[in-house]
Each structure stands twice: as structure tokens, then as C-alpha cells.
Ligand binder design. Structure first.
Ligand code: NAI
Length: 235
């Protein structure tokens, strides 16, 4: 068994997950990344190609951690994606694929890894939902439903698995993961004066995984530069 804390982060080949993986490695964790992407980012993490919406794939991933690392102290359920389509054009298969990755994967991961997380003597799970669990743009039904479900699953798990395992949710607003060209007004509309960065979410995830958040479970942390606190009625 490793003598360092072990954390598994899903969907960490890119974006919010990758920044969290890099941050947690700097903090001294042994990091395992699971992503369906074939490209391996150049991090110190152990990389496993896995589709977390698939039960056999999740079971094999957790079996590998049992064999290789022998412990699991933290789990970050971050993998997710969005389909934007009018509901009349959204197929049942598309709806189900979004729900499977964004919501069901957390059920599968926690189910498979519960005993490992209990064994850690203070396991911590962080789910990555979205401010879209609370508010919407048009044509995002499957994504909003998946993130609302994930938020509810978070508090349900916190109640079932405590005190051994804490479970909390991070709900980001706009985090620039694509290094796209951002306009001045993109930044200025945020009460903090800027769009979010992957490092912003990484520090919150790191705090939630660690012992300093030991009195926190079942909670949601909105990290959106204040956008969901802003009234937007037209003048
Ligand atoms: P991203 O698209 O940059 O990275 C997501 C990663 O998840 C990709 O590497 C992708 O290959 C992986 N992935 C997707 N489905 C998977 C599956 N079934 N199995 C394994 N890996 C899978 O996304 P980003 O922006 O870093 O988002 C991460 C999480 O944060 C997602 O859950 C997203 O919904 C959430 N989020 C992101 C926001 C943003 O502004 N970037 C805002 C609110 C929430």
C-alpha cells in the first residue's frame, strides 16, 4: 500500500480536472487520472483510459487502484459534457449519454470504491456540478437535469456514508478551460471582474479533499465570480 494519500480524478485529461490533478500532485498526493481520451497529458499522475459512464469500465478502474495503489483517500467526480439542442431534436440516446456521464458515473464510482474510501480513515468525495444545476440557458435540458441530480446525489451520499466519508459538491460558473479569446465584457460582467480559471476550482477541490474541511459535508460550493448573485433584469 502506498504511504502517500491517493486521489482519483475523472475527466482529468483536460480543463478543470487536469488543473486539479496538477495541484493535488504538487500538494503531495499520488494522483490517478481516469479519462476516456486516449491522449496522456504529461503529468506525474498514473493515467487510466476509462469511460466512467460504463459500469465494467469503472469496476476495472477501481480494481486497478486496489491492485496498484492499495488505498483511495479522495475521489473527484469531474467528468462531464454538455449537449445543446432543442428538446424536439434531442434523442433519448443523447439524453441518456449526458445523464450517464454527468450523474450515473458518480453512483458507479462511489459504489465500487466505498470500501477503499472507508479504509482511508477519512475519505473525501468531491463532485463537480455546475451553476446550471440552478439556472439555465435555452436548450440545455439534459445537462441541467444531470447537474441538478448530481447536487442531490451529493447530499444523499453525504448522509449515507458519513462519518467515514465526506461528500461535497463544487458548482463552477464560467471557467475558461479552452484558452479562448475572451472579450473585456466577458470579464467585466462578473462581480469579481474576471472569468474563472481552472486553478480557481483546483484550490477549492484541494481544500474540500483535505482535513481543513473536516466539518463540511453534503455542501455545495458555488464558484462563479458572483454571477448567480447578480440580478439581470433589463433596465
Ligand atoms: P473539459 O471538456 O475540458 O474536460 C472534460 C474531460 O472529461 C475531458 O478530458 C473528457 O475526455 C472527459 N470525459 C468526458 N466524458 C467522459 C467519460 N464518460 N469518461 C471519462 N472521461 C470523460 O471540461 P471542463 O470544462 O474541464 O469541465 C469539467 C467538469 O466541470 C464537467 O463536469 C463540467 O460539466 C463541469 N463544469 C465546467 C464549467 C466550465 O465553465 N468549464 C462550468 C460548470 C461546470
Amino acid at each position: 500500500m502506498l504511504d502517500r494519500r491517493v486521489v482519483l480524478i475523472t475527466g482529468a485529461a483536460h480543463g478543470i480536472g487536469l488543473a486539479a490533478a496538477e495541484r493535488l500532485a504538487r500538494d503531495g498526493y499520488h494522483v490517478v487520472i481516469a479519462d476516456r481520451a486516449p491522449e496522456v497529458p504529461s503529468t506525474s499522475a498514473r493515467y487510466v483510459q476509462a469511460d466512467v459512464s460504463d459500469e465494467a469500465s469503472v469496476q476495472s478502474l477501481i480494481y486497478g487502484i486496489r491492485q496498484e495503489e492499495g488505498r483511495l483517500d479522495g475521489l473527484v467526480c469531474n467528468a462531464g459534457f454538455m449537449i445543446r439542442k432543442p428538446i424536439a431534436e434531442l434523442s433519448l440516446a443523447e439524453w441518456s449519454s449526458v445523464l450517464a456521464t454527468n450523474l450515473t458515473s458518480t453512483f458507479l464510482l462511489v459504489k465500487a470504491a466505498e470500501d477503499l474510501l472507508r479504509g482511508a480513515g477519512g475519505g473525501s468525495v468531491v463532485t463537480v456540478a455546475s451553476t446550471r444545476a440552478h439556472q439555465s440557458e435555452p436548450n440545455t435540458e439534459s445537462y441541467a437535469a444531470s447537474k441538478g441530480g448530481l447536487l442531490a446525489l451529493t447530499h444523499a451520499l453525504a448522509i449515507s456514508l458519513g462519518p467515514a466519508i465526506r461528500v461535497n459538491c463544487v458548482s463552477p460558473g464560467w471557467i475558461d478551460t479552452k484558452a479562448e479569446h475572451l472579450r473585456d465584457e466577458d470579464h467585466a460582467q462578473h462581480p469579481v471582474g474576471r472569468v474563472g480559471r481552472p486553478d480557481d476550482t483546483a484550490s477549492l477541490i484541494a481544500w474540500l479533499l483535505g482535513p481543513e474541511s473536516g466539518f463540511v459535508t453534503g455542501a455545495e460550493f458555488v464558484i462563479d465570480g458572483g454571477m448567480t448573485r447578480k440580478m439581470i433584469y433589463a433596465e
